[in-house]
Design a protein around this ligand. Structure first.
Ligand SMILES: Nc1ncnc2c1ncn2[C@@H]1O[C@H](COP(=O)(O)OP(=O)(O)OP(=O)(O)O)[C@@H](O)[C@H]1O
Ligand SMILES: Nc1ccn([C@@H]2O[C@H](COP(=O)(O)O)[C@@H](O)[C@H]2O)c(=O)n1
Length: 217
């Protein structure tokens, strides 16, 4: 087995299950994990908290510089409205440049890392050892997000969530800078008909196969 640190890049649309897979894979292969969506959420959260417009580049840049990867509070940033706002600040190239620099530094964690987001395989870690593009139909993703909100004691309307997911997909795939798309060398994983365990097993099989081919395991 080689000592080269393993870097796994996971991309995909909202609620596709990439975060769940990233956490499971990081745990299994003993790698550090970064949910890069939280970095865009942190910028949006700061703008919202200070009452600054989401398209105000100067303030968004200031907020991006303040993002501390060691201090991303998932519970504060998880709110649906913050996710929506994040996809608006994510279109600002200057914000992306600052956050991508921080994400790349994380990817260089000595023991290896898993990063999940929208542009990890294409922009942040183009040389990642393994790239996964995790997807599922918009209907399946909306149902998963709906069930997640209800399981956490919230109330959710499936139709509204589906509309939000479609809007977010459009914004993420349609922006000029670093749009969401599979890297040419990404392995596609459609989890529409897989539960979490099946998706994890499929992802592990891909990682193990790639690493075996490259002589790293
Ligand atoms: N294969 C699966 N089958 C059923 N439920 C799943 C599956 N994968 C993930 N989930 C559930 O779907 C919800 C969304 O998953 P997750 O948060 O991992 O998605 P995500 O792609 O990281 O979303 P976002 O980009 O919005 O953060 C969670 O409640 C998770 O438990
Ligand atoms: N690498 C990334 C990660 C996220 N974004 C944007 O942030 C929004 C929120 O992300 P979540 O994964 O937490 O839902 C997302 O809709 C993207 O617009 C990004 O651009 N690049």
């Amino acid at each position: 087995m080689s000592n080269t640190p393993l870097v796994i890049a996971i991309d995909g649309p909202a609620a596709s299950g990439k975060g769940t897979l990233a956490r499971r894979l990081a745990d299994y292969y003993h790698l550090a994990h970064l949910d890069t969506g939280l970095t865009y959420r942190a910028v949006a959260h700061l703008l919202l908290a200070r009452g600054w417009p989401l398209d105000d580049t100067a303030h968004a840049v200031e907020a991006a510089r303040l993002v501390d990867l060691g201090n991303l509070d998932r519970s504060t940033l998880a709110a649906h409205a913050v996710g929506e706002a994040a996809s608006k600040v994510a279109v600002i190239p200057e914000v992306r440049r600052i956050l991508v620099e921080k994400q790349r530094a994380f990817a260089n964690t000595p023991g290896g890392a898993v990063l999940d987001g929208r542009d990890i395989g294409t922009v942040v870690c183009p040389n990642a050892d393994v790239k996964l593009y995790v997807t599922a139909s918009a209907e399946v993703r909306a149902k998963r997000r709906h069930d997640e909100i209800e399981a956490n004691g919230g109330q959710a309307d499936l139709g509204e969530i589906l509309a939000d997911i479609r809007r977010r997909d459009e914004r993420d795939t349609g922006r000029a800078d670093s749009p969401l798309k599979p890297a040419v060398d990404a392995h596609l994983l459609d989890t529409s008909e897989m539960d979490i365990e099946a998706a994890f097993l499929a992802a592990r099989t891909i990682v193990d196969d790639v690493m075996a081919t490259r002589g790293k395991i």
